[in-house]
Design a protein around this ligand. Structure first.
Ligand code: HEM
Length: 447
């Protein structure tokens, strides 16, 4: 039964947000995790672009569609706090990460961090990646029961240790990798308390291991200047002379590793799936890569891999790796004539927006050409395609992500053809970030 979210102040002509709690205790958490698109569609049809429900143990307002995305992500008047939104989910493991900072402080950190993502620095990262990719995919065809998701996850982790940390990790490599995996997984734990042996406890321990590791390596990184991200962050300086403290570098490193890892792995897995289902696209991209006539791409080749660019955009539409973005209001706000009181948890959903037939013709169909210059379906609204968010917190690593996806896919296309049976449909596990529920088994054929 529909109920108002709160009482609207007597002197206001705004409306109360409508919604319903769902089941006793768990509210709508399970349907939200199992089938978010279906649930959001039903709620959008019933309530329109703003409604409330009980999820993850709290009353949350869902703001849906491109206008809501724009309103929240642009955040004019600093109405929404990122910190207070994300902290509930990942604050224990990623505190002081840039995405969890707000307003003036966030802008200060972002200006320094931007130095680690400019064109020249990206060039350096790409150069480091190439040979590691060649090595990483070399024996894929010898892995029994090959699962795309697992293989890509391992590859992006190995790349991160070199490109991000600048190490061929020695004996500690296993412990660091494990700590990193535990920390990332903990952010999406279902049981969010410190039960020994549980995801949450492992995450807390992992965070400590990573902190110790980065802190120990910091003096050496400060003393030398290399092209890995850790080193770049140690030396990044704005025109005004602002620099990160040691604590800042440690916190940002841990957050950046997380921000880069699962998101890129999900994007690549989605691409593998749709390119297996659409072999004509796989072949088109392979031919594009073959015309470059080189194993490792350079920065200037990125623009030449146009087909991968289109397919990547479409993969990000079909499966937004960060499905929804939480925020909390720090003052009263109004959207579409509705009253949102200060202190309200809200979320916007790139995932659902990308499936709204109001904006995307045949949203379930893999059709990279919809992003071609001749069609540009994303132009229907500046916030219709938002896999990287928008506004002040828009993903700082979006070019890095594109570079990494192109660098990996290019080499895989040159070395392998992959396929799935016609009847195969990849089950999507949406209990935390959206991942292939079965790891995505494919048949690999070496070329
Ligand atoms: C396809 C891959 C990726 C996707 C889909 C993605 C998505 C996102 C989204 C949606 C946000 C905004 C979160 C919010 O507004 O609350 C974000 C922020 C961020 N991303 Fe990414 N990301 C990707 C790859 C990366 C990579 C590779 C890096 C780093 C190398 C990175 C670093 C960051 C950082 C630092 C932020 C926070 C920016 C800020 O708060 O100012 N991301 N990302």
């Amino acid at each position: 039964m529909s109920q108002p979210f709160c009482t609207v102040p007597a002197d206001s002509n705004l409306k109360a947000i409508q919604g319903d709690r769902g089941l006793p205790l768990i509210g709508m958490t399970l349907s939200f995790m199992k089938d978010p698109i279906n649930l959001m569609r039903k709620r959008y049809d019933r309530y329109g672009p703003i409604s409330w429900a009980s999820v993850f143990g709290m009353r949350m307002v869902h703001m849906v569609g491109p206008d809501a995305n724009q309103f929240v992500m642009l955040n004019r008047g600093d109405l929404f706090s990122n910190h207070q939104g994300w902290d509930y989910f990942i604050g224990k493991f990623f505190h002081r990460g840039i995405m969890l900072l707000d307003f003036e402080e966030h802008r200060w950190h972002r200006k320094i961090m931007q130095q680690a993502f400019n064109r020249d620095v990206l060039r350096g990262y790409l150069q480091r990646m190439g040979p590691h990719i060649t090595q990483g995919i070399e024996h894929w065809d010898q892995i029994p029961d090959f699962l795309v998701f697992n293989a890509i996850k391992q590859l992006t982790l190995d790349l991160a240790t070199d490109v991000f940390m600048g190490y061929e990790l020695g004996p500690e490599s296993k412990a660091i990798n494990q700590a990193f995996i535990d920390t990332v997984r903990a952010g999406t734990a279902l049981v969010r308390t410190n039960v020994p042996g549980g995801r949450w406890a492992k995450g807390l321990r992992g965070r400590k291991v990573l902190e110790r590791f980065f802190r120990k390596e910091l003096p050496a990184k400060r003393a030398s200047q290399e092209s890995d991200l850790f080193s770049v962050l140690c030396h990044a300086k704005t025109e005004d002379g602002d620099q990160f403290s040691d604590d800042d570098v440690v916190n940002h490193m841990i957050f950046l590793m997380m921000a880069a890892h699962d998101t890129t792995t999900i994007t690549l897995s989605t691409l593998f799936y749709y390119l297996a289902k659409n072999p004509q696209w796989q072949q088109r991209l392979r031919e594009e890569s073959q015309t470059l006539n080189k194993t490792c791409i350079d920065y200037d080749d990125l623009a030449k891999l146009e087909g991968i660019g289109l397919a990547m955009k479409e993969a990000l539409r079909l499966c937004a790796p960060v499905p929804s973005l939480p925020r909390k209001t720090v003052r009263d706000a109004e959207f579409n004539g509705y009253f949102i009181p200060k202190g309200t948890f809200i979320s916007v959903s790139p995932f659902f927006t990308h499936y709204m037939e109001e904006f995307w013709p045949e949203p379930e169909t893999f059709d990279p050409e919809r992003f071609s210059e001749a069609r540009r379906e994303d132009k229907i609204h500046p916030y219709a395609w938002v896999p990287f968010g928008g506004g002040a917190h828009k993903c700082i690593g979006l070019h890095f992500a594109e570079m990494q996806v192109k660098a990996i896919l290019h080499q895989v296309l040159l070395n392998y053809r992959w396929s799935v049976p016609d009847s195969y449909e990849m089950p999507l596990d949406t209990t935390s970030l959206p991942v292939p529920g079965d790891g995505l088994p494919v048949t690999l054929q070496r070329l």
